[in-house]
Ligand binder design. Structure first.
Ligand SMILES: C[S@@+](CC[C@H](N)C(=O)[O-])C[C@H]1O[C@@H](n2cnc3c(N)ncnc32)[C@H](O)[C@@H]1O
Length: 220
């Protein structure tokens, strides 16, 4: 009987240990209860580079439609980078074509008291980026949803490439670019834009679920 209890205890311990190891929090930057899963490593590296480059102007395409609840699924980047903006006197523009996404993200921005540091714009991202008239220190591409449908995949890849082209002239030597949802069938959202960027003298710093890029001659 004791033997059975011991085995049960070990099983429970093993289960919770694996759960704990797989739990990817950004604590202490974000509360421990939010699990950022596959984006944790690239978010941490990006936050480190934002600190080093003292970024001020930040853009995200595709806003946090599930607020912080979407930490594991979508990334909740609007809140993560919005919080970094508040701590560093920077500003994040997040643009989304869908009114529902904008409303939900705005609610979370209000709840987190990030209004002075984050503006959510309702627009197609490419139209928004074409009109943007400042130098950009950080660009996060995460709009047109990827799917299993090949036609959608190609459209999504083209959209992210065209987002980059629309703002390319406003990027400088220390701009940081992060692209979401890349480790997916057929190359994910970043396939075409990363190919284009590498031809244009950008280098991949981290190649994971998200791809992080800087200029080839970037020193830090
Ligand atoms: C994956 S979610 C963004 C997640 C968010 N970056 C986060 O970290 O929580 C993708 C969003 O892109 C938006 N989107 C799709 N096509 C777009 C377009 N052409 N322009 C701007 N936003 C678009 C969708 O409405 C959706 O809210």
């Amino acid at each position: 009987m004791d033997y059975i209890f011991l085995l049960f205890g070990l099983g429970v311990f093993g289960y919770f240990s694996v759960k704990f190891i797989k739990y990817k929090s950004l604590y202490p930057f974000m509360p421990f209860r939010y699990n950022f899963g596959k984006r944790r490593k690239t978010f941490l590296k990006t936050l480190e580079l934002l600190d080093k480059t003292k970024a001020k102007v930040m853009i995200e395409t595709g806003t946090s439609r599930d607020g912080l609840h979407g930490a594991k699924s979508d990334g909740a980047a609007t809140i993560v980078f919005g919080k970094w903006a508040r701590l560093n006197d920077a500003f994040l523009h997040s643009v989304d074509i869908d009114e529902k996404s904008v409303d939900a993200a705005q609610k979370e921005v209000n709840a987190q008291r990030l209004n002075d540091y984050v503006k959510i714009h309702l627009s197609d991202s490419i139209a928004f980026l074409k009109k943007f008239d400042k130098e950009v220190d950080f660009l996060y591409l995460d709009s047109y949803d990827y799917s299993n449908d090949l036609a959608v995949q190609v459209e999504s890849q083209l959209h992210h490439l065209n987002e980059f082209k629309a703002i390319e002239d406003h990027l400088h030597g220390k701009t940081i670019v992060l692209i979401d949802d890349c480790r997916l069938p057929n190359g994910g959202k970043g396939k075409k834009v990363v190919e284009y960027m590498v031809e244009k003298n950008w280098k991949v710093l981290v190649n994971a679920y998200q791809i992080l890029l800087v200029r080839k001659d970037f020193r830090f």
